[in-house]
Design a protein around this ligand. Structure first.
Ligand code: G6P
Length: 542
């Protein structure tokens, strides 16, 4: 196995080398590899003391392999061939990369979209096994999924205890509920934060059930371990020094490229790791996924097994550990605590308060353009005549070093349901999917500006880039998209439906962003399919 960090940019290589030398002289690599919690200053020390367990996971997680193997064998013997993972952020992003890279199917539920959850429920319930994964055990989305699946299994005459497996931290409310219900429980290492948990039970249990070789993942990570205490020839130090030094020098937009890499989807996982770890106290590195570089001077291109100003080569297990270590190093360089997420709770609290109200305060649209209603206040105060005018005004409002974030509280797989002509070629099908996919908006807007345009699915991004949006540099402009719900799903035992929760999540985050004075507009699609089509059409007219 070869693991390396290489530089395609001389200036960056020099800055990184200088920073790495300084860190080595301070004894940082050795101290980090040894789990020293004092590296991020006195304020971070208490949290860091219980957040460095990821450094030993490549060896400690091996103890889980026996029990995981037995679970996999049982699932196979019982013909449970549909693996569903309910988990947000760090509790699902790693398994998603592991299984897409291994090319094995896993249905990930990190959404409150009723259409998307409904599709999963209708898919092979009789042979479904659900992994409910939540470190805290209190995450509302995951709690809702558990309740919904319990009811669905019971209604189908299936004992939920034979189909629900839980991954959580010891002592969490989910552990208690799971024990009472008789579910199999995997307890994760509590000294590992969510976004650092790829090589813990959170990454391994669902991935193994789906058919990925998780022992191999640990082997590949274990090979990196001995390098991490080194002052020289330490790829984690080189990467962390590069990320930190570049950001300090103003290159704080991190374009993640994975070109023809065999590792599939790692940028989505890195996005959470970097955004939540660094985006706070008005500082941070903004990860940009799925976008072409703009060649601006605040951009840093990082390649995963492909070229870049900095490039990281190595198998997936090694990549996980390297990026985690590098993020901790970058945190030290930037002077932030890489283990907390101080602003995530705000939107959640807003959502909770909104759900207590009899009606959600949606407001009155300032403009209606066919199937798209526009809510909020446009920067500049004037209301344009149509949707493309709205998009133009948002693009014009992006500050010099800022960005536009598109946040779609919609069904992330909906585009694949679009009817395609019989006998359509793959290219024709791709074209049809792209024309029905809200994510297509990102690229259409990106070509109208040289500022970064990011795209996130709500509420998934709330557990990832949401921290950066609220805690990082206050130069974002925000575009929310919500959609009408035709068939809603009740959350058993709760006074809300998924649709209401989803809308409350959008409004809760809107409140947090608007409260910071950030420009934010919500587009509501009164007909989802027609709304996406109109939106993409309007973006082409900008
Ligand atoms: O695993 P859970 O406790 O359910 O948490 C899932 C996610 O929730 C929060 O929003 C955190 O900011 C994330 O870092 C975490 O990954």
């Amino acid at each position: 196995m070869s693991v390396s960090v290489t530089f395609g940019d001389e200036r960056l290589a020099e800055q990184a080398a200088e920073t790495a030398r300084r860190l080595a002289a301070e004894g940082v690599p050795q101290a980090l590899a040894g789990g020293d919690p004092t590296l991020w200053g006195p304020q971070a020390q208490q949290e860091a003391a219980v957040r460095l367990g990821w450094l030993t996971l490549p060896t400690t997680s091996r103890a889980l392999l026996g029990e995981i193997g037995e679970l996999v064998a049982r699932a196979r013997a019982e013909g449970l061939d549909h693996v569903v993972l309910a988990g947000m952020g760090g509790s699902s992003l790693a398994p998603e990369v592991i299984t897409t890279t291994a090319d094995v199917p896993l249905t990930v539920l990190d959404t409150t979209d009723p259409v998307q959850v409904g599709r999963a429920l209708e898919d092979r319930l009789e042979s479904t096994i659900v992994v409910v994964a939540s470190k805290s055990g209190g995450t509302v989305e995951t709690d809702s999924h558990r309740r919904i699946y319990e009811q669905a299994f019971r209604a189908a005459g299936i004992d939920p205890a034979s189909r629900i497996v839980v991954v959580t931290d010891p002592g969490s409310p989910l552990e208690q509920a799971a024990r009472e219900a008789g579910y199999q429980v995997f307890l994760a290492d509590p000294d590992v934060g969510g976004r650092y948990s790829a090589l813990s039970a959170f990454g391994l249990v669902p991935s193994a059930l789906a058919g990925a070789d998780v022992a191999r993942l640990l082997d590949d990570a274990a090979e990196v371990l001995p390098l991490l205490a080194r002052a020289e020839g330490n790829p984690g130090l080189d990467l962390g020094a590069a990320l930190g030094a570049a950001a300090l020098a103003g290159r704080d937009k991190l374009v993640l490229e994975d070109g023809l890499s065999e590792i599939n989807g790692l940028p989505d996982w890195i996005e959470q790791l970097i955004a939540e770890s660094t985006g706070k106290s008005g500082k941070g590195i903004l990860p940009i996924v799925g976008a072409d570089p703009n060649d601006t001077d605040d951009e840093l291109i990082a390649g995963i097994d492909t070229d870049g100003a900095v490039a990281v080569h190595g198998p997936l297990g090694a990549q996980f550990l390297l990026w985690e270590y590098a993020t901790a190093i970058a945190g030290r360089v930037l002077g932030i605590d890489p283990f907390n997420q101080p602003n995530v709770a705000e939107s959640k609290e807003n959502t909770g308060a909104l759900l207590d109200r009899p009606e959600l305060p949606v407001g009155t649209p300032i403009l209606v353009d066919g199937p798209v209603e526009v809510y909020g206040e446009l920067p500049g105060g004037q209301t344009p005549k149509d949707l493309s005018g709205v998009l133009t005004q948002l693009l014009e409002a992006i500050p010099e070093r800022g960005y536009l974030a598109v946040m779609a509280y919609l069904d992330r797989e909906g585009a694949f349901d679009v009817p395609t002509a019989e006998g359509a070629s793959f290219d024709e099908m791709t074209e049809a999917w792209s024309a029905a996919d809200p994510a297509t908006l990102r690229g259409l807007l990106a070509i109208r500006t040289d500022r970064p345009v990011t795209f996130g699915w709500g509420p998934r991004f709330l557990h990832s880039t949401g921290q950066y949006h609220k805690g990082g540099p206050q130069d974002g402009v925000f575009l929310q998209i919500t959609g009408a719900v035709e068939t809603d799903i009740e959350v058993p035992g709760k006074p809300y439906t998924l649709g209401r929760l989803q809308l409350a999540q959008a409004l809760g985050d809107q409140g947090a962003l608007a409260g910071r004075g950030r420009p934010i507009v919500r587009l509501h699609l009164t007909d989802r399919a027609a709304g996406v089509a109109r939106l993409l059409e309007a973006a082409r007219e900008v």
